[in-house]
Design a protein around this ligand. Structure first.
Ligand SMILES: Cc1cc2nc3c(=O)[nH]c(=O)nc-3n(C[C@H](O)[C@H](O)[C@H](O)COP(=O)(O)O)c2cc1C
Length: 225
């Protein structure tokens, strides 16, 4: 059965604009979609879902880079990071909801990315060719929200290093098939409901195509089993 991993990067749960749209999208995929697929949800702001990636884990990473043995403490940190990566890599498709925080992504999303963006897992490196993403054949949809910023606003209303960073990271790890839908501004807006409806309509369109890709992922899995 294909698996969809939903990564929620908002801590606002019942009040979250981006989470509501992500759920709207997943419901639409379920309606349009393959007979069944599994949805796993990762609430990045829940306690204890992410290991720290500090002194020990960074040393473990550098040991991999330089071909040295890891200490037992580093092995444990590396295994904790690997578990996060394994959950990510085992999904066929992804839905992300990402509120803009201080022009970037919320820190827990950056932590999730830093924990599992590791050499040999999500990317390879060749001194002559550079980086290569290793997660091939995956599909992603990301919902981006911001309270004040929207494309085309004057510079005094902020910048977007959130969707640009995130789109770049998806590409970096090899997820080239990615759709980005924006609902903005969510606060400084004379027509919040109208703007939300435009995003919902975009998501409905995207859901039909996404459902077809999930069906194909299920078929490919059956062939490979
Ligand atoms: C800590 C924090 C930082 C924020 N920074 C920005 C920002 O830089 N630019 C902006 O337009 N909105 C900013 N906002 C507003 C949110 O992006 C906006 O309310 C968004 O819709 C929240 O999505 P959510 O309801 O899914 O959590 C910020 C909100 C919070 C809580």
């Amino acid at each position: 059965m294909p698996t969809l991993l939903h990564v929620n990067a908002s801590p606002r749960y019942a009040n979250s604009d981006s989470l509501r749209l992500a759920r709207h999208f997943i419901d639409a995929v379920q309606t349009a979609g393959p007979e069944s697929f599994e949805v796993e949800t990762l609430n990045l702001f829940d306690d204890h879902v992410l290991p720290a990636f500090g002194r020990v884990a960074a040393a473990a990473k550098m040991a991999v880079f330089t071909g040295q043995d890891q200490t037992p403490e580093q092995v444990a940190a590396w295994e904790a990071a690997r578990a996060v990566f394994d959950q990510f890599a085992s999904a066929d498709a992804y839905v992300f909801n990402i509120p803009m925080w201080n022009a970037g992504v919320p820190y827990v999303l950056k932590q999730w990315i830093d924990v599992m963006t590791q050499p040999g897992w999500s990317f390879g490196f060749d001194p002559g060719q550079g980086y290569r993403g290793l997660l091939e054949g995956k599909h992603a949809l990301a919902v981006h929200t911001s309270g004040v910023y929207a494309p085309g606003v004057p510079a005094a209303f902020g910048s977007d290093f959130s969707s640009t960073f995130f789109a770049d990271w998806l590409n970096f790890v090899g997820i080239e098939d990615a759709v980005h839908v924006r609902f903005a501004p969510t606060v400084l807006n004379g027509d919040v409901d109208g703007t939300r409806e435009v995003a919902e309509a975009e998501l409905l369109d995207a859901a039909i195509e996404f459902a077809g890709k999930l069906s194909t992922a299920g078929t490919l899995q059956l062939v490979n089993d």
